[in-house]
Design a binder for this molecule. Structure first.
Ligand code: OXD
Ligand code: MN
Length: 582
C-alpha cells in the first residue's frame, strides 16, 4: 500500500532504508486485521490464550523482565536550547540525539516486518484531535494501538486531507537496557523510541504524543494537554458535570473515572470520558472543554476486583490483553487483589508456591482494553466538541499532611496547588517505590518543555477568561496507625459531591491559609464506618507542617530560576504569610 501524502510516503521509505525490514505493512485498523495479529502472536509465543470460557478473547503477554515500566531516566526532550526542556526533563542536543539513534536504528528491523500505523488522537471528526503515524516492528504494539487509539484507514484519510502528523518510530531493538532510549523532538514533532516494548515507552500515541509532544503543541496553540481523567457525573436532579482530575501514575485515575456510586447515592450516575489524558481547550466564551484523545485503557491490573471497581473488573473479562500478570491452575489471569482463583504461575512464567511473600503479578502489570468494554463508557467521549469542564482536581498519594479535599482560592492559587503536587512514587516507572517526589500537575514525567514556561502558560488562562473551572486538591491516601483513613473507591463520590456543591456555590467552607476546606458535616458520611475524630483528622491543616512543606516547594521552585513566573511566587508568598499569621 501507499499514500497520497508524499511526506508520509517518503518518510516511510526513508525509515525502511535505515531499518531494513523484510516487509512493510500498512495497518487498516479493521477487526479482522487485529484478529490476524493475535493469531500470528499466538503462533510466535508473543501471546498466550487465556481460559476461553471464562476470559474469552483474552491474552497474556510476558515482557522481558527488564522491560516492565516507563524509563524516565532514558526519556529525553531534544530541543536546540536545553533551557527549553527545563530541569524537569533529561535533555540532549537534537543533532547528537539523532546521530546516536541513527546508529541504533540502523538495520534494526532486519528479519522483521515494519508496521505503519496511522492513528488519530481524539474523535476522528473533531477539530481538537491530532493525528500521528507510528512505525514499529512490534505486532504487540500494533494490537495495543488497535485497542487504545482510532487507527487505520480513517486516520490515514484524515492525514491525507489535512497534512500534518506526528512522526513516531519505534523498534524493540534487542531489548538491551543500555541501548534503550525514548527521545522526543518537539520542534520536528518526531518521536524515536528503541529498546523497549513496554506500553508507556512503545505505544507512541499515548505518553510520547498525547502528552509530551502535545503539551508543547498546546503551548504554541494556547491549549493544555494534561495527565487527567475525565469523569461525567449526573446528580439525581439530572444535572451533568464533568470533572478533570490529575493524579500521578498508579494513583487511582482509572478507578475514579469508573467510579460506582455507593448505596446511599441512589439516582447518581457516573460515566467515563477518559482515564488518563485530557486535552483542554477554551472556547470564545472562556469555557474550558475537554476531549479524551485515547480510545482505550492501559490500566494497572493489581487491586482490580468486583468489590472495589466493578466496572474495571467487568471491562477486563473479555477482549483484553494482559501484560505481566500471573496464571491460575485453570489458565485464568491472576493478580494480587483478585478475589478468587488459585494462582500457580507468576508473571515471569515460573511455577511458585502461594504464601505471604509470593507475588504472582508484577505490581505494574497492565490490561489493555477498548474503552467500549467499560459498561459506563460515556457516549460523549466521542463528541467532537468534547465536554464542558466544571472542576479541575489535583491529587497525590500522601500518607500525611494533605487533607482529604480543599479548594484553591482562585485560578492562580490553583496553579500553585497543582505545581506543588507531591506524591509517593509507584511501580509505573522504574526506580524506588514509596518515596515522595514533587510531581507538578502529575506531569513530571510527561511535560515536553520547561515547567516554568508550563506554569506561565497555565497562569495565562486567568487573563483570558473569568469563567474558569474551580481548582481543588484531593488526597485519598492519608493514613493513621490503622492504615488508610478514608475508604476511597466509590466513596470518593462523597468528596466529588462536595466539590460540585462548591462549584454551584451551594455551600460555605472554612477558609484556611492553604485554601477552602469542607466543614466535616458537609461531607456526607451516612452509611460509612468513619468516626467524627477521623473526619476531623482528614480536614486538619497542621500549620507548622505546612510551613515546612511550603519551604520544600520554594526550594523545588528555585531549580527553575529566572524563568519561574513571578505570579507563582506571589501565590506562594501569600500562603506562607497566611500560615505565619495564624
Ligand atoms: C500510565 C502511566 O501508564 O502514567 O498511564 O504510567
Ligand atoms: Mn498515566
Amino acid at each position: 500500500m501507499s499514500t497520497s501524502n508524499t511526506e508520509l510516503q517518503s518518510w516511510v521509505e526513508e525509515v525502511s532504508e535505515m531499518t531494513k525490514p523484510d516487509n512493510i505493512y500498512w495497518c487498516n485498523g479493521s477487526k479482522e486485521e487485529y484478529e490476524e495479529f493475535i493469531q500470528q502472536m499466538l503462533g510466535t509465543g508473543d501471546l498466550m490464550q487465556l481460559n476461553e470460557e471464562t476470559f474469552p478473547n483474552c491474552y497474556l503477554h510476558r515482557s522481558d523482565p527488564s522491560d516492565v515500566a516507563r524509563v524516565e531516566h532514558l526519556t529525553f526532550i531534544c530541543t536546540e536550547d536545553s533551557e527549553d526542556a527545563g530541569p524537569n526533563n533529561n535533555w540532549m542536543d537534537p543533532k547528537e540525539a539523532h546521530e546516536k539513534l541513527d546508529q541504533l536504528f540502523e538495520n534494526c528491523m532486519e528479519g522483521r516486518t515494519m508496521y505503519v500505523i496511522p492513528y488519530c488522537m481524539g474523535p476522528i471528526g473533531s477539530e481538537l484531535s491530532r493525528c500521528g503515524v507510528e512505525i514499529t516492528d512490534s505486532p504487540y504494539v500494533v494490537a495495543n494501538m488497535y485497542l487504545m487509539t482510532r487507527m487505520g484507514n480513517e486516520a490515514l484519510s484524515r492525514i491525507e486531507k489535512e497534512g500534518g502528523f506526528v512522526k513516531g518510530i519505534h523498534s524493540t531493538g534487542d531489548l538491551d537496557p543500555d541501548k534503550r532510549f525514548i527521545m522526543h523532538f518537539p520542534d520536528e514533532k518526531v518521536i524515536r523510541s528503541i529498546g523497549s516494548g513496554y506500553g508507556g515507552n512503545a505505544l507512541l500515541g499515548k505518553k510520547c504524543h498525547a502528552l509530551r509532544i502535545a503539551s508543547y503543541q498546546a503551548l504554541e496553540e494556547k491549549w493544555l494537554a494534561e495527565h487527567m481523567l475525565i469523569v461525567e457525573i449526573e446528580n439525581p436532579q439530572g444535572e451533568i458535570f464533568n470533572i478533570a482530575a490529575a493524579f500521578p501514575s498508579a494513583c487511582g485515575k482509572t478507578n475514579l473515572a469508573m467510579l460506582i456510586p455507593p448505596d446511599e447515592y441512589k439516582g447518581w450516575k457516573v460515566r467515563t470520558i477518559g482515564d488518563d489524558i485530557a486535552w483542554l481547550h477554551m472556547d470564545d466564551g472562556g469555557q474550558i472543554w475537554a476531549i479524551n484523545p485515547e480510545a482505550g485503557y492501559f490500566g494497572v491490573v493489581p487491586g482490580t476486583n468486583e468489590d472495589d471497581n466493578e466496572n474495571a473488573y467487568k471491562a477486563i473479562q473479555s477482549n483484553a490483553i494482559f501484560t505481566n500478570v500471573g496464571l491460575t491452575d485453570n489458565n485464568e489471569p491472576w493478580w494480587e487483589g483478585r478475589k478468587d482463583g488459585n494462582p500457580v504461575i507468576d508473571w515471569k512464567g515460573d511455577k511458585i508456591e502461594q504464601g505471604e511473600n509470593a507475588v504472582f503479578a508484577h505490581p505494574n502489570s497492565r490490561f489493555t482494553v477498548s474503552a467500549k468494554n467499560n459498561p459506563k463508557y460515556s457516549d460523549l467521549a466521542d463528541s467532537s466538541k468534547g465536554v464542558p469542564i466544571s472542576a479541575i482536581v489535583f491529587g497525590g498519594r500522601r500518607s500525611e499532611l494533605a487533607p482529604l479535599v480543599y479548594e484553591s482560592k482562585d485560578w492562580n492559587h490553583g496553579v500553585l496547588v497543582g505545581a506543588s503536587v507531591g506524591s509517593e512514587t509507584t511501580a509505573a516507572a522504574i526506580g524506588e517505590v514509596g518515596v515522595i517526589r514533587r510531581d507538578p500537575m502529575a506531569m513530571k514525567p510527561f511535560c515536553g518543555y520547561n515547567f516554568a514556561d508550563y506554569w506561565t502558560h497555565w497562569l495565562s488562562f486567568s487573563e483570558r477568561s473569568d469563567n474558569l473551572p474551580k481548582i481543588f486538591h484531593v488526597n485519598w491516601f492519608r493514613k493513621n496507625e490503622n492504615g488508610f483513613i478514608w475508604p476511597g473507591f466509590g466513596d470518593n463520590l462523597r468528596v466529588l459531591e462536595w466539590i460540585l456543591k462548591r462549584c454551584n456555590n451551594e455551600i460555605d467552607a472554612q477558609e484556611t491559609p492553604i485554601g477552602f476546606l469542607p466543614k466535616t458535616e458537609d461531607i456526607n458520611t451516612s452509611g460509612l464506618k468513619i468516626t467524627d475524630e477521623a473526619m476531623e483528622e482528614l480536614v486538619l491543616v497542621d500549620n507548622q507542617k505546612w510551613i515546612d512543606e511550603m519551604a520544600g516547594i520554594r526550594e523545588y521552585f528555585e531549580e527553575y530560576e529566572e524563568r519561574l513566573p513571578e505570579k507563582l511566587l506571589e501565590e506562594h508568598t501569600k500562603v506562607i504569610e497566611a500560615l505565619n499569621a495564624e
